[in-house]
Design a protein around this ligand. Structure first.
Ligand code: URA
Length: 373
């Protein structure tokens, strides 16, 4: 069973779901996945076209949900494919963001749910096409069983012992810095850090880095794999520690064109690992109120999956992109970290002139384009 969002114009006119442009795309993907429409039940969360083709409101979704439930009872589908965020929210309100959970089946109320992007979204975002294609191909694949994890609370000495392996996943945990939507980086304090040297093994040290581990952060001989190393570099600089010889999986994922560069999304997509969410751990409390035991499963996983993801991205990153990463992007990290910490002086008069020049160029280009059409 496929569940879309709401009828568009064509669907409203014909009374049939997915017969317009989005439907044509859907047909192509179904064909690629060896499926035909006559084998499927296709419907929408909301059964009438919302004014202005807008996304259905939660109220509209709630009003139409009983109809969807009847269809589910009658059809008894093996799998319910939700197309887009509206359908996913209607059938699994607590599910993760679609960028994190698409293409991976899960079970809800005894039903197998398979979230996918909406074909209309793919139409507007070409980067989503390969994801949608891949998700259709994997429609019948269930994620593997979770691996046994060896996560424990450790000391700076334990962390130093892991560092002697030569390459570690490394991640810092901090106090909250977002209040009322405003970021206060200068108030951020390090609560602890995690280190991993092998898949599914990781330690969480519930203190800011100190000797003998801190020396390894500054050592060229050990590679520190971080996800968004700018964050780690900035915080460590505040402690007088210079992060040397690091890698950055967020930058790599960005260069490789991954649709989402969030660690949680990448671990789901690349490793089939569904990581805990910080919100689930903190349950409304500030991060400083969490005990080391509460931090452990969340924090240790970050270092663990970062190192695992790095191994995959490192083999994918080749040629000119690899050169760009090592020669331009990574060297910029400490510079940006420094600029963000200390602020940067801006020549506003010069920026104003540049902006005017740019606008004039854009206007000229638009006029040129209009004349040549
Ligand atoms: N988009 C939808 O979500 N449903 C349709 O039926 C058509 C377009």
């Amino acid at each position: 069973m496929l569940v879309g969002e709401a009828p568009g114009r064509q669907e409203d006119l014909t009374g049939r779901p997915f017969v317009g442009q989005a439907g044509q795309i859907l047909n192509r993907f179904l064909e690629l996945a060896g499926l035909t429409r006559d084998k499927l039940y296709i419907t929408n969360v909301v059964r009438c076209r919302p004014p202005g083709n807008a996304t259905p409101t939660p109220t509209a979704t709630a009003q139409h949900l009983p109809l969807l439930r009847v269809a589910l009872e009658e059809q008894h589908p093996h799998t319910v494919v939700t197309l887009g965020a509206t359908a996913l929210a209607a059938l699994a309100p607590d599910a993760r963001r679609l960028t994190a959970c698409h293409g991976k089946a899960f079970y809800r109320d005894g039903r197998r749910i398979y979230p996918m992007f909406h074909p209309a979204y793919a139409m507007r975002n070409p980067a989503v096409w390969p994801l949608l294609y891949q998700d259709f191909l994997h429609l019948h694949r269930d994620p593997p069983l979770p691996a046994a994890l060896h996560y424990r609370i450790g000391t700076h000495g334990d962390a130093a012992a892991l560092a002697t392996s030569g390459i570690i996943g490394f991640d810092l945990e901090t106090t909250d810095t977002l209040r009322g939507g405003v970021f206060y980086p200068h108030e951020q304090r390090i609560l602890g850090y995690s280190v991993s040297a092998a898949p599914n093994e990781s330690i969480y040290v519930p203190e800011p880095p100190a000797s003998p581990f801190a020396e390894y952060l500054q050592a060229e001989s050990v590679v520190k794999v971080c996800h968004n190393a700018k964050f780690e570099a900035q915080l460590l600089a505040g402690m007088g520690i210079t992060l040397r010889h690091f890698e950055d999986t967020k930058l790599m994922a960005y260069l490789l064109g991954h649709f989402s560069t969030h660690l949680k999304d990448l671990s789901w997509q690349l490793l089939d690992v569904q990581q805990l969410r910080l919100d689930d751990v903190r349950q409304g409390r500030p991060t400083s109120a969490l005990s080391p035991e509460e931090w452990l499963p969340y924090a240790a996983a970050d270092a663990d999956v970062t190192l695992q993801i790095w191994r995959i991205l490192d083999s994918d990153l080749q040629g000119a992109l690899r050169q760009l990463y090592y020669e331009k992007e990574l060297p910029l990290v400490p510079i940006l970290a420094h600029a963000e910490r200390g602020g940067v002086l801006l020549d506003t008069a010069c920026l104003g002139t540049l902006s005017e020049q740019l606008h004039a160029k854009v206007d000229g280009a638009e006029k040129h384009l209009a004349r040549s059409l």
